[in-house]
Ligand binder design. Sequence first.
Ligand code: AR6
Length: 171
Amino acid sequence: MPLRVVTGSITDLDVDAVVNAANSTLLGGGGVDGAIHRAAGPGLLTECRGLGGCLPGQAKLTGGYDLKARSVIHTVGPVWRGGNRGEDAVLASCYREAMRIARARGLRSIAFPAISTGVYGFPKTRAARIAARTIRDELKAGEEMEVLLCAFSAPDAAILQAALDDLNEEN
Ligand code: AR6
């Protein structure tokens, strides 16, 4: 299966790129962002300082430093403001832009955290549906790539798996 759910910390994954759910400064933070910077070591922050930040829905690539992953694709999800402020489109853009960078670089494997579903407050089921659909559409458009949806807990994994199952039933 080119698209599947795994459970655990994204920092442990041996993939060409892990995606970071960053903020627009790209200078680190809590949650998965903090975990990635801790595991990657100080070289990552040094490289991020040269990137000039990142707008919501866009993505930028760096090295992976001390991570098992060869690279990090930093993206900035939307802050949830009730659902009528373009949040869905910005979240879809995060997944799409990260997939496009990965494809442009010839990467063969990429792992996503559940972008915006922590501190940024995006409802998890709605976010999982957007993630599954956007990645599926990008996989159709491009060459073979292994895509992992990384859940940080078993309940979160169940939400992501349900979104994948719903999508497969539609086809
Ligand atoms: N591996 C995989 N998933 C994780 C990990 C991990 N090690 N740690 C947390 N998660 P969040 P956001 C899950 O808050 O909502 C940062 O401070 C977590 O359970 O990390 O996009 C940034 O600097 C949740 O499901 O990201 C920004 O300021 C998901 O990752 C802000 O938080 C996303 O939660 C971004 O907020």
